[in-house]
Design a protein around this ligand. Structure first.
Ligand code: G6P
Length: 607
């Protein structure tokens, strides 16, 4: 889960690399380093800690080179330290490498290299790579061939940028299961783990498939397949604007992204639904095919998985197909029952989550059709799946996902309704009514954001708590799960979520005077049941916050936040918003780094 950047052009590389690393810092921030091609060969500067520590180093100012590579690390093998940070040289200092991913057979390779006279300075898996390249280079005397031979020996995942002293005007990049994008400017090329980090420099991108190689020079990029045959690649223009990758006056990315939701919801709706017509130009799913489907799996990790849970009922109620939601890291190892009658939907903001991609490959092998719901254009999952649909959330930078979640819930609802229209298993009028309600969501999201002052006050009264509980029934229990995740991610407060009816089977033992319990009540059919569960915790002294769009006697609660009413299957899109704000303001009250919570990374490209 590291981040890599690269530059090759006519400007000084160092400030460009540092700028790119700062934008990628969300991917890992325990150490960082850069290497540039200087007149007397490759120079590396690296340091433990944040990018600011690296940039403060005296020696970094002497780097003048116009070609360079950079890395921000999230430790997997070897503790965070200067020596374990990237870039890594080979023993002869002919090559420098940065790597995102994990080399699974590095013990074996290290032993092989040690037997051949190489020694190692770090505890990382990465250090075998430059040495292996050097091992082949001694025989081949060719940069590209040696990189390819070394990559042939690597098992695991990698996105690599490589410099070689004997080729001072080139850089080679290659990837396998880890993200890497190449941005083309005028006489300059930018490389990065994601698009937003280099969006201010170019909008034209190339994407490499697994084990494709790019040899970069200032004016030119040559692409090769895994057999080193030359291949052509199409450039793709990215529409995201630079402002959407900046804080734009907000104190933090997370706050900005929460406030962007009316717009990201509008954009996502607009891409698929207008004038009450749903159109998925990205793919054609026939009635004949859909009628053969007897099970849908929705598979994802973290917040994306919670978006799946929030839409399970729409698929079941409108398509009449049993729908299961699974955690990708579990799904891939539990031999799920999949065949050609199964449809698998994979949700991923980044499109790079290793477990989600592996779970997708598994379903393909077993003969199921796969649909990716992704946010990042051109990301790995979009290339692996049979079909791909994009949320239009724009770049999401804060580690804690907000606008991607609401866009995913919107898009999955539209997808379910699209299938429902094709299948004709429920009256068309029912579907039409929901479509109309979807069109009102951006306006209602804006109204929901209007509760910010009350949320801020509540955050102020609970930020010192050590435990907070979330309750809800049906779809509200899934929002409770997402709200609880948001809170623990950025405030480090222990929190749990429960379907309200489960309360009596354990968690109520934890409720005592002044424990905070947050209830979500949006389904008219379940109001009384949930209110009654909340009364049970009030009786035991709990301090309660209720988020609701129903008319309830709210005097019984410590605080109530009213949000606009909407069809229950769409309610998570609105009811999560006050709870995202709550997590945000609690984290701020505690003085924490909201955008970069400890130990977490935005995209988890390792298992
Ligand atoms: C990490 C992030 C979460 C995200 C999850 C899945 O844990 O911190 O915010 O929900 O990965 O990421 P994806 O990119 O696949 O949606």
């Amino acid at each position: 889960m590291c981040g890599i950047v690269g530059y090759i052009g006519t400007k000084k590389a160092k400030p460009i690399l540092i700028n790119g690393l700062l934008r990628l810092e969300y991917r890992g921030y325990d150490s960082a380093g850069i290497a540039t091609m200087e007149k007397d060969g490759i120079k590396i500067v690296k340091e433990k800690g944040r990018i600011a520590n690296l940039d403060a180093k005296e020696e970094i100012n002497s780097l003048e080179g116009t070609i360079g590579i950079g890395h921000t690390r999230w430790a997997t093998h070897g503790k965070p330290s200067a020596v374990n940070s990237h870039p890594h040289y080979d023993n002869s200092k002919t090559f420098a490498v940065v790597h995102n991913g994990i080399i699974e057979n590095y013990h074996e390779l290290r032993k092989f290299l040690e037997d051949n006279g190489y020694h190692f300075l770090s505890d990382t898996d990465t250090e075998v790579i430059p040495n292996l390249i050097h091992y082949y280079y001694k025989k081949e005397h060719d940069f590209l061939k040696s990189v390819k031979l070394a990559c042939d020996d690597l098992k695991g995942s990698f996105a690599l940028e490589i410099l070689c002293n004997d080729y001072p005007d080139n850089m080679i990049v290659v990837r396998q299961d880890s993200p890497l994008v190449i941005g083309k400017g005028l006489n300059e090329i930018y490389i990065s783990s994601d698009i937003p980090a280099i969006l201010s420099f170019t909008k034209d991108f190339y994407f490499l498939n697994d084990r494709e190689y790019a040899v970069l020079s200032r004016k030119n990029i040559e692409f090769y397949d895994n057999n080193l045959n030359s291949i052509d690649k199409m450039v793709k223009s990215i529409e995201w604007n630079t402002a959407s990758a900046e804080k734009d006056g907000y104190e933090d990315f997370m706050l900005k992204e929460i406030y962007e939701q009316p717009n990201s919801i509008r954009e996502t709706i607009g891409s698929k639904l207008s004038e009450n017509k749903i159109s998925f130009t990205d793919f054609e799913i026939s009635k004949d095919y859909l009628e053969t489907i007897n099970r849908i799996y929705i598979v994802a990790c973290g917040t994306a998985k919670n978006a799946g849970l929030a839409t399970k009922a729409t698929f079941e109620n409108f398509c009449k197909i049993p729908t299961e939601v699974d955690i990708a890291s579990e799904f891939r190892y539990r031999d799920p029952l999949i065949n050609e009658h199964t449809l698998c939907i994979y949700i991923s903001q980044s499109g790079e989550t290793a477990d989600t991609i592996a779970a997708l490959k598994l379903a393909k092998q077993k003969g199921a059709k796969t649909i990716a719901v992704a946010n990042v254009i051109g990301s790995s999952i979009t290339r692996e799946s049979d079909y791909c649909v994009y949320t239009h959330a724009g770049p999401e930078i804060a580690v804690a996902s907000t606008k991607a979640y609401t866009s995913q819930v919107v898009l999955l609802n539209i997808l379910a309704l699209y299938f429902a229209e094709v299948l004709e298993r429920v009256p068309a009028l029912e579907i039409d009514n929901i479509k109309k309600e979807i069109m009102d969501l951006p306006k209602k999201a804006e109204i929901t954001l209007g509760n910010v002052a009350e949320i801020k006050n509540f955050a102020n009264t609970v930020y010192k708590e050590t435990d907070i509980f979330f309750l809800g029934r049906g779809i509200d229990s899934y929002v409770a799960e997402e709200a609880s995740l948001k809170l623990k991610e950025i405030s480090y407060i222990h929190s749990e979520s429960y379907p309200a009816g489960e309360l009596k089977h354990g968690p109520i033992a934890l409720i005592e005077n002044d424990v905070t319990v947050i209830g979500i009540i949006t389904n008219p059919k379940l109001v009384e049941k949930t209110v009654s569960n909340i009364q049970e915790v009030i009786t035991r002294g709990a301090k309660t916050l209720v988020i609701t769009n129903q008319k309830i006697n709210d005097e019984q609660f410590y605080k109530t936040i009213h949000i606009p009413e909407v069809n229950p299957c769409l309610s998570p899109i609105l009811s999560i918003i006050p709870l995202q704000l709550l997590a945000y303001y609690i984290s701020k009250e505690k003085g924490l780094d909201v955008d970069k919570p400890r130990n977490l990374a935005k995209s988890v490209t390792v298992e």
